[in-house]
Design a protein around this ligand. Structure first.
Ligand code: ADE
Length: 225
């Protein structure tokens, strides 16, 4: 999978995408992430990519021209399956969307800043708008990093233990069950006996029960969906 990201603050994306599992995904050749600095397509020598909004009001708007030029240039080399704009008024990201996107080959992410991008860019280019939650970030970069991470780890071969993404929270609309490691007793708190029993079938049943219980207690809305 190839993910391209257009940003005015590419530095914000460096660390989250170049460590841990995302680093491994790229080293294995399963994922490429290319960050493009929007200022490369600025309208003047001062690097301008934003302007005052029509109708007045505080906050700048990202201009059409730099963004359109950037996307047109990138599209000459490849066809994007999705052009995604990260925005608080987009559809809220969940595991179902992550699963869908993990099957795509080429994705372009656009990170907004200031008041966001000119509405006409959304009409002309954007195929999908995604929010990572009901709160406002200073820009789309952290949202893009979240999106790349949750998609990237679903690409077959990225995780060492192929089954581990399948047992994540949300993958089957259930939260994950509790997990334990050594020691078997810590400050008088014991690991449940069943996990020490070696009976794999019973352990699976217990984990499923725990997952259902936890979901009922914490996120009953997931069970209704
Ligand atoms: N940009 C600003 N806030 C955002 C959010 N909640 N999700 C995605 N992109 C954003």
């Amino acid at each position: 999978m190839h993910i391209h990201i257009i940003s005015v603050v590419p530095e914000l994306l460096e660390s989250p995408l170049n460590h841990s599992i995302m680093k491994r995904a790229q080293e294995k050749g399963l994922l490429t992430v290319t960050v493009h600095h929007l200022r490369k397509w600025a309208v003047n020598e001062y690097g301008q990519v934003d302007d005052y909004q029509y109708g007045g009001g505080a906050g700048m708007v990202m201009m059409c021209e730099p963004l359109a030029k950037a996307i047109d240039e990138l599209q000459q080399e490849r066809k994007f399956d999705e052009i995604i704009y990260l925005t608080p008024d987009g559809e809220r990201l969940n595991q179902r969307i992550a699963n869908q996107l993990s099957l795509k080959e080429n994705i372009l992410l656009i990170c907004g800043h200031y008041k966001g991008i000119d509405e006409r860019m959304r009409q002309l280019y954007v195929t999908r708008e995604i929010s990572i939650g009901d709160y406002v970030l200073s820009g789309g970069e952290l949202g893009a990093a979240v999106l790349v991470d949750c998609i990237g780890r679903l690409i077959p071969g990225v995780l060492n233990d192929e089954t581990s993404a399948l047992t994540d929270s949300f993958q089957d609309d259930l939260l994950a069950p509790p997990v334990y490691t050594r020691p078997a007793e810590f400050r008088e708190l014991k690991v449940p006996d069943i996990l020490l029993s070696g009976d794999l079938k019973k352990i699976e049943e217990w984990r499923h029960e725990q997952a259902v219980q936890r979901t009922q207690q914490r996120r009953p809305d997931l069970l209704e969906e």
